[in-house]
Ligand binder design. Structure first.
Ligand code: FE2
Length: 299
């Protein structure tokens, strides 16, 4: 088993790379590190790559990149994956600041990339927009959430943090409640991408910026049940659902087996569980009619 430590960045295919670069610069608040006719990479104010954009025919989530321990040998990673029946390859100079990575695919052809240790990539200009702290999590549709939970658990050491009935699973690789989620749907594609903010003040500024840019908040602010993060949702120019959040649950000690106690938890202690029925959220509005329709069509 490979122990994934952190989610690092996500790669999107886009039919309009200039429009997406503008969105990530002026709304999410990332800085351009590299840019050519077919690809751009963008980093946070902490100089971590967060988003890679590739020109293509159809908007899609192409690749998730995770970090493993800095002392892991790439040949060993490939051998470990091979023993699990997964074909992997070592890439040289795949990204700015990254000399090598390992690339393979999950059981629904999502590309998974592993980097060893920290890397930093400095943007050409100071960031603007919301200046989100980092990529927080990626939620994907899958035909089989249980199979996805087993694959990411068995191969990459993700742990189940919560289920919503048998349709949506939240998985952690570090102490954050979730870095990947899987929702039952017709096939593998993006459910939403989430960027972390610092606090309520940062969220307030994000709402004001979305308002000034006339980008509709489709849901929230809401404090969720699973993960207990405070979240808002809007859509990027390619139609992807984007979440901005803060205050996500953390499991500091795996052996204790519960999330750090918070005043808004219903369960004391709050352990991983299956959430059944509504209402699930602690407070906040229900999703807008537009978002509810979007979800209905997706499933
Ligand atoms: Fe989320």
């Amino acid at each position: 088993m490979i122990k994934v430590k952190r989610i690092r960045h996500v790669t999107f295919v886009t039919p309009d790379i200039d429009r997406q670069i503008d969105y990530y610069q002026t709304v999410v608040g990332l800085g351009v590190v590299t840019r050519d006719a077919s690809r751009a990479s963008l980093a946070t104010d902490s100089d971590e790559l967060a988003v890679v954009l590739q020109r293509g025919d159809q908007a899609a989530c192409r690749r998730l990149t995770f970090e493993v321990a800095p002392d892991l040998d790439f040949a060993d990673l490939v051998a470990t994956l091979s023993r699990a029946g997964i074909a992997a390859e070592i890439q040289s100079d795949p990204l700015p600041g990254v000399s090598r990575s390992v690339l393979f695919r999950d059981f629904e052809e999502m590309e998974i990339e592993l980097l060893a240790g920290p890397t930093f990539a400095v943007a050409e200009q100071p960031v603007g927009g919301i200046a989100a702290d980092r990529l927080g999590h990626i939620a994907l549709y899958t035909q089989d959430p249980l199979k996805a939970s087993k694959f990411y658990g068995d191969v990459l050491n993700f742990r189940v943090s919560d289920w919503i009935e048998d349709a949506f699973v939240f998985m952690r690789c570090g102490f954050d409640h979730h870095s990947v989620n899987f929702a039952r749907g017709p096939g593998r594609r993006l459910h939403h991408a989430a960027f972390e903010l610092r606090d309520a003040s940062h969220m307030h500024r994000a709402c004001d910026l979305l308002g000034r840019k006339k980008m509709q908040i489709l849901w929230g602010p809401v404090r969720h049940g699973p993960g207990h993060n405070v979240a808002i949702y809007h859509r990027d120019p390619d139609g992807h659902l984007i979440e901005l959040f803060f205050d996500l649950d953390q499991m500091i000690d795996e052996e204790l087996g519960y999330f750090e106690p918070r005043p808004w938890h219903r369960d004391r202690p709050q352990r991983p569980k299956v959430w059944v029925g509504l209402p699930r959220d602690i407070w906040g509005p229900v999703p807008s009619a537009e978002l509810a329709e979007f979800k209905r069509k997706a499933t």
